[in-house]
Design a protein around this ligand. Structure first.
Ligand SMILES: [Zn+2]
Length: 67
């Protein structure tokens, strides 16, 4: 699920929100749409998973269980 991190440009409130294609993201504090999209937590975990999984046949990064 795409979870994005936002920061409000008006009151500097930082918040995370699940965003679907038709979602209008608003600040939970002051209800403005004037917000800054920071980065995706979903994307970050995906990168982390790619670098740690050196073996394709197991989920372990060290491959100690499949060698
Ligand atoms: Zn705000």
């Amino acid at each position: 699920m795409p979870i994005f991190e936002y920061k409000c440009s008006k009151c500097s409130e930082e918040f995370e929100k699940l965003v679907f294609s038709n979602t209008v993201v608003k600040c939970p504090k002051c209800d403005t749409e004037d917000i800054i999209k920071k980065f995706s937590l979903f994307g970050m975990s995906g990168v982390e998973k790619q670098t740690s999984s050196s073996c394709s046949s197991c989920s372990s990064g060290s491959c100690s269980s499949c060698k």
